[in-house]
Ligand binder design. Structure first.
Ligand code: PHB
Length: 385
């Protein structure tokens, strides 16, 4: 059954890390940090530890500052308590033999005055309200519209860069193995990259050279802290989630890929279609070609792929590594299941965001399923054990 040539199980050297397989955990917002304070906790540590067989774990999106927060219950990496909380997580993952990068996040306009310090407006490249974009501001708020943001002044850019730099420093104190800069899915850095959300007329807007300026400043600051071999970037060139649009994703993202290549980062993770199937703009394969022409480092594909599709894409040279989201939520032992071509647990999307252990740390592994099946066989009918 186990194929020694299975492309998903060829080891891979990623920067300073030796990955035992190509099955990576996507960064996944689960909104279960301890309140108040958005602090990672023991339950979060257990969840990540259960998934430590991933080639690499990418943490859920983690705000670099109070201003960078966009959803209730998401964790941060800017307070001492949060760093202590993350240390519990990375220790649990390392004890189980895993490797983990922190995903550094600033949501930009995808936030709400109710979540911002002093009730301020969320910040963005331009004062454009993302039509139809929603967030949740409390356990019982439901999804609410995000308001019109405030456009950042040019003088405020260095403060944004410093937020990411401090997040990178804190990620080091918290014991992570590296960091991923979140420049995808309609959050702050993606808002700068794409023409639909960035209508600035200064050196941070207009031509692609200007739209990438802030994202590149951030990546450089994070490289200063971690070294280029421990830094990755996530992009979603054709994604429309959070009301995103770019008039020329091939031009924008081939330019960005070239610049990231020059900076020598370890990897680029590309959301190849769009977050949760939101209708894409631009043709993904054409954009992927353009990115790969410019970026020669490790290419990580994210695209709701099945194991079989992932094997094909690796074999065809379309990617080096693959991140899996929803199947990894429901299958803590996803790599082993892929190895065995085993059946997968189904995910329950009602427990994706917020809540307790249910739908978080209670999905069974194959081993646990076998044990409970053999218990049932052993116990006489109707006899509860
Ligand atoms: C979300 O909370 O819906 C979310 C967060 C980060 C992403 C995508 C979606 O990159």
């Amino acid at each position: 059954m186990n194929n020694p040539n299975d492309p998903l199980f060829q080891p891979y050297s990623l920067g300073d890390l030796a990955l035992p397989n190509r099955v990576l955990l996507s960064p996944l917002t689960r909104a279960r940090a301890t309140q108040p304070g958005d602090i990672p906790n023991e339950m979060n540590a257990r969840y990540y530890q259960q998934r430590a067989d991933a080639g690499l774990i990418l943490s859920e999106a983690t705000q670099v500052s109070p201003q960078g927060k966009g959803y209730a219950f998401t964790p941060g990496i800017h307070s001492p308590e949060q760093v202590v909380g993350w240390k519990k997580v990375t220790t649990a993952v390392h004890m189980a033999g895993g490797r983990m990068h922190a995903q550094l996040w600033h949501v930009g306009r995808i936030s709400h005055t109710a979540l911002q310090p002093d009730g301020n407006k969320p910040v963005a490249p331009s004062a454009i309200q993302p039509e139809g974009a929603k967030t949740f501001i409390s356990a019982d708020s439901g999804m609410v519209d995000v308001p019109e943001p405030k456009a950042l002044d040019a003088g405020e850019m260095s403060a944004i860069v410093e937020q990411f730099r401090q997040g990178a420093i804190n990620a080091k104190s918290a014991g992570f193995d590296g960091v991923q800069v979140h420049a995808a899915n309609g959050y702050l850095l993606d808002q700068f990259l794409k023409s639909g959300s960035n209508q600035r007329t200064d050196e941070f807007g207009g031509a692609v050279e200007n739209r990438m300026r802030l994202p590149l400043m951030v990546v450089e600051a994070v490289i200063d802290v971690w070294g280029k071999e421990n830094v990755g970037v996530r992009i979603s060139p054709t994604g429309s989630f959070n009301a995103m649009y770019d008039e020329d994703p091939v031009e924008t993202f081939s330019a960005f890929a070239c610049r990231l290549n020059d900076l020598g980062i370890a990897y680029l993770e590309v959301v190849e279609d769009s977050f949760q199937g939101n209708h894409a703009n631009g043709r993904p394969e054409e954009v992927i070609d353009a990115i790969q022409a410019g970026f020669k480092g490790t290419y990580i594909a994210n695209g709701a792929y099945t194991a079989e599709e992932a094997r094909k894409r690796i074999n065809a040279g379309r990617c080096d590594l693959v991140t899996f989201g929803r199947p990894f939520i429901a299958n803590p032992d996803l790599p082993e299941r892929f190895r065995q071509h085993a059946e997968l647990n189904k995910w329950d999307d009602s427990t994706f965001y917020g809540g307790d252990e249910r739908g978080y740390t209670d999905y069974p592994t194959l081993k646990e399923l076998e044990i409970s099946a053999s218990r049932k066989l052993l116990s006489p009918k109707g006899n509860k054990t």
